[in-house]
Ligand binder design. Structure first.
Ligand code: NFE
Ligand code: MG
Length: 564
């Protein structure tokens, strides 16, 4: 048995290592390891819960807002703070923007080059590319001149011997199967999306002052609404938000989704591998901010063994984290799981000293804990949410899925795959982009009725808090279900646990030896060449890894890295 190691996996956030046991070219077992330790849970202890969001938000710079929202929701839950509707709507508009931004950036800038070969794009005929593009969409930029310009730009780079952002690809790998024109079309959209993404995040700057890491507040939003003010959220700024929402919808409908379909035609076999577990979990995205209201934008749902008919509601007591194969120590013993309310964060590195050849996968081998639901290993994220919408018949997703799969001549089971996951991400982007129109209209209606309320300060003073309080903040983040669990004692944070999407998906094995979604999804993949493990990248990238989120842990010993 040969062990293929991919470390670091690039075009992701953070430090991920994959070790795969390969026999006769086929992966029999795979191991996923987060190799960097960092984090926030420990430094949050003892702090004022009203400022926790600002620290928690720094867990990640990719899903820039979600840890702030989860943290705020957890603290508001603990302190029973009711948020004004306008603040919830503004938060939703920011969440929607993040989803559209994050998913488009993932598809083009982190995942597309697993399928698109920029070197081949140089051989394309711009005229034919334009004709091809118009078959898929009415996107106005799709002229021969536009595609010719893109080609010239890339040719210039190649002539200088600099592929720049396109260097270091496996460009001779026979798994690249798109015709030159399609490579050029997708390459052009890669470049287009770079500009587009800088623009649409203005929604965050309008409501949160900046991006990444906008400003928030426990109890509401810190952006005043006042149609008579130049500096507050006024009609001009809302008009800008409206046009950005329109632009997002246009890009998703005319570029992102058509590109997914165009690409899918040439990689049909990737709709039949790369699933892994068959168990899917959505902890839920509340329609307002509190899960206690029982109103859901994405309802909490557990789907076991692909069974979309008998899906289950979620019991939050059943979320538990194992550390049997993780570099931590539990007071109850390393084989027992802990619920996040009782969660512990104590480092215990037992791995080899670098440089090392292999991890000890029989022992501890990752900085990620291993969250499990009812003891099951589950997948979270876009596919889990699209299956939830499908099972519960929400947002017309059955029809959307039906149209796309019919166009590609694929069965429903094609969703349970590497490209199914990638397609699901696109489909949910449309759901979010579309929902933003509704949230925006409701906000505008409130403002027209002179309701400018964005903040509830009733419980701002710690003297008004219970001495001992616990809160849960739920947030469906782009990569999946995020939950923050806070315990507040005497006005300070006593314990803080974040259970994060990539921690669910990329975790190591648990006490029973059950692999995570990443680990299971690679089994059965045939590697054309172990030195160019493109197949591993395709499936792992389809999850959109974020290891910074996943290992949100902080080294306890002071370590001087550099004096500036
Ligand atoms: Ni750093 Fe994140 C998202 C969260 S994933 S990207 O989406 O939470 O682990
Ligand atoms: Mg954690």
């Amino acid at each position: 048995m040969k062990r293929v190691v991919v470390d670091p996996v690039t075009r992701i956030e953070g430090h991920l290592r994959i070790e795969a046991e390969v026999k006769e070219g086929i992966i029999e077992k795979a191991y996923s390891s987060g190799t960097m330790v960092r984090g926030i849970e420990i430094i949050l202890r003892g702090r004022d819960p009203r400022e926790a969001w600002a620290f928690a938000q720094r867990i990640c710079g990719v899903c820039t807002t979600v840890h702030a929202f989860a943290s705020i929701r957890a603290v508001e839950d603990a302190l029973s703070i009711k948020v004004p509707e306008n603040a919830s709507l503004i938060r939703k508009l920011m969440i929607g923007t993040l989803f559209v931004h994050d998913h488009v950036v993932h598809f083009y800038h982190l995942h597309a080059l697993d399928w698109v070969n920029p070197v081949q794009a140089l051989k394309a005929d711009p005229q034919k590319t334009s004709e091809l593009a118009r078959r898929f969409s009415s996107y106005e930029k799709s002229t021969p001149g536009y595609f010719a310009d893109v080609q010239k730009k890339v040719i210039k780079q190649v002539e200088r011997g600099q592929l720049g952002i396109f260097s270091k690809g496996y460009w001779k790998h026979p798994e690249y199967k798109l015709p030159p024109e399609l490579n050029l079309m997708l390459l052009a959209h890669y470049i287009d999306a770079l500009d587009w993404q800088t623009k649409i995040v203005q929604v965050h700057t309008i409501f949160g002052g900046k991006n990444p890491h906008p400003n928030f507040a426990v109890g509401g939003m810190p952006c005043p609404i006042n149609p008579a003010s130049d500096t507050a959220v006024n009609m001009e700024k809302l008009g800008r938000v409206k046009s950005l929402i329109d632009e997002m919808n246009e890009f998703v409908e005319k570029v992102y989704l058509p590109d997914l379909i165009a690409l899918g035609q040439f990689y049909r076999e990737w709709f039949f591998k790369g699933e892994g577990l068959g168990n899917f979990l959505v902890l839920g995205e509340p329609e307002g901010d509190s899960y206690r209201e029982g109103r859901w934008f994405i309802p909490p749902t557990f789907i076991k063994g692909r069974n979309l008919k008998d899906f289950e509601d979620v019991d939050y007591r059943e979320v538990k984290e194992y550390i049997t194969h993780s570099w931590y120590r539990y007071s109850v013993g390393d084989d027992k799981p802990l619920h996040p309310w009782e969660g512990e964060t104590e480092l215990n590195y037992t791995g080899p000293q670098p440089p090392y050849e292999h991890l000890d996968v029989e022992g501890k081998y990752s900085w990620l804990k291993a969250p499990r639901y009812k003891g099951y290993s589950v997948e979270v994220g876009p596919l889990a949410r699209v299956l939830t919408m499908y099972a519960r018949d929400l947002y017309g997703i059955r029809e959307e899925v039906g149209i796309v799969l019919k166009g590609l001549d694929l069965p429903l089971n094609a969703l349970y795959s590497t490209l199914g996951r990638t397609l699901a991400r696109g489909l949910e982007t449309k759901v979010y982009a579309d929902a933003m129109r509704g949230w925006f209209s409701k906000l505008l209606e409130n403002i027209k009725n002179e309701n400018y309320d964005v903040f509830n300060g009733e419980k701002w003073e710690p003297s008004s808090w219970e001495r001992d309080a616990k809160g849960l903040g739920l947030m469906e983040a782009p990569r999946g279900s995020l939950s923050h669990w806070v315990q507040i004692k005497d006005g300070k944070i006593a314990n803080y646990q974040a259970v994060v999407p990539t921690t669910w998906n990329a975790s190591p094995r648990d006490a029973k030896g059950q692999p995570s979604a990443y680990e299971a999804s690679l089994v059965g993949h045939r590697l054309h060449d172990p030195k160019e493990p493109l197949e591993i990248l395709r499936t792992i990238h389809s999850f959109d890894p974020c290891l910074a989120c996943a290992v949100h842990l902080y080294g306890e010993e002071e370590l001087e890295v550099r004096v500036v």
